[in-house]
Design a protein around this ligand. Structure first.
Ligand code: ACO
Length: 318
């Protein structure tokens, strides 16, 4: 299958702290920190999402020592794309100077793992030797900034990995439960003269049943790590590092407590990122990788959940 030969990320310049949010929302640093672990988030101002995605991709390519024109495929993931079409993958292809096919996956916060799962099929079939997965999200454009129960949770950013042939991915398993309703973003309001249904909720803002999502997330993250570990023939206790989707520190801690794995093994960036949806795992992976956290042979687990509902886990040997 593949190995990760380069990681990269890019964040918008603008930092928005919880205290800044409390200047225009009925909220506080105390509430947000205690309930979510978030202290600040990065917010897009004058950057474009495709520029962030391209910067993250170039960082990953540089680390991998791969030139953009050597890539055989780009898979981008975003549930908050800059345009409906073309996809972020096509825009990144142009910005980094690649010439390979590119397409997008929209699978909310599970997008990065869905892309890795798709990548396994391309490598297995021999159709690619070098590819880029880039996850980029502009969640702050798709929230209602007057709704304190959702807007305080999200941030923007992009993360990327360059994949080459290798046997380091030991297992991956994705799930979808099309139980629409727990969390989502409605499509844009159209102006078709033929549409006869009123869609007042079509405001393109994130809606969420927080507590239902929370319960689902904890069960899914721990179950997916156990399932991926069993597929790889290891015990959860053998995992050296876990890179979970960063939605809420309490979800990560509850997952930790269910699995009985020490908290130090969980990579977290929620405090300075907020929830950056599919970008959260590759961002945190790159931040920790550049600190030298992962040693050759270390077992790294990934786990994610998101709108769909979708979820999944993977086990990777560094
Ligand atoms: N500041 C202050 N008070 C607030 C805020 C806020 N920002 N938001 C809500 N409150 C209030 C509520 O109004 C409520 O007040 P009340 O008791 O007077 O009615 C109280 O705080 C408690 O609200 P809850 O919703 O019960 O708080 P909870 O402990 O469940 O935390 C949270 C909410 C953080 C959203 C949590 O449920 C959660 O993290 N859920 C999972 C979210 C998630 O992972 N989403 C990922 C999907 S995103 C995607 O896929 C695109």
């Amino acid at each position: 299958m593949f190995k990760i030969s380069g990681t990269g990320h890019a964040l918008p310049e603008r930092i928005v702290t919880n205290d800044e949010l409390s200047t225009f929302l009925d909220t506080s640093d105390e509430w947000i920190s205690k309930r979510t672990g978030i202290k600040s988030r990065r917010v897009i101002t004058d950057e474009s999402l495709s520029q962030l995605a391209a910067r993250a991709s170039l960082n990953a390519l540089e680390m991998a020592g791969v030139k953009a024109d050597e890539l055989d495929l780009i898979i981008a993931t975003s549930c908050t794309p800059e345009k409906v079409v073309p996809g972020i993958g096509c825009m990144v292809q142009e910005l980094i100077g690649a010439s390979c096919p590119a397409f997008d996956i929209s699978s909310a916060c599970s997008g990065f793992l869905m892309a890795l799962d798709a990548a396994t099929a391309y490598f297995k079939s021999g159709r690619v030797k070098k590819m880029l997965v880039v996850s980029a999200e502009n969640m702050t454009r798709f929230v209602d900034w007057t709704d304190r129960s959702t807007c305080v949770l999200f941030g923007d950013g992009a993360g990327a990995v360059v994949l080459r042939e290798g046997d380091n991915l030991l297992s991956i398993k994705m799930h979808t439960h099309g139980t629409h309703g727990t969390v989502g973003i409605e499509g844009p309001k159209g102006n078709s003269p033929f549409e006869t249904v009123e869609w007042p909720e079509r405001n393109s803002c994130t809606f969420m049943n927080g507590q239902e999502t929370y319960k689902y997330a904890v069960g899914a993250m721990s179950g997916d790590i156990e399932e991926a570990a069993a597929m790889a023939g290891i015990e959860p206790a053998d995992i050296d590092h876990i890179v979970p989707h960063q939605a809420n520190l309490r979800i990560i801690m509850a997952t930790q407590s269910k699995l009985g794995i020490p908290m130090e093994r969980f990579c977290t960036g929620i405090e300075y990122l907020g929830n950056t949806s599919s970008a959260s795992e590759p961002i945190v992976l790159d931040v920790e990788n550049r600190k030298g956290r992962f040693k050759e042979g270390d077992i790294v687990a990934f786990a994610a959940f998101g709108a769909g509902l979708t979820d999944g886990g993977a086990i990777y040997r560094w």
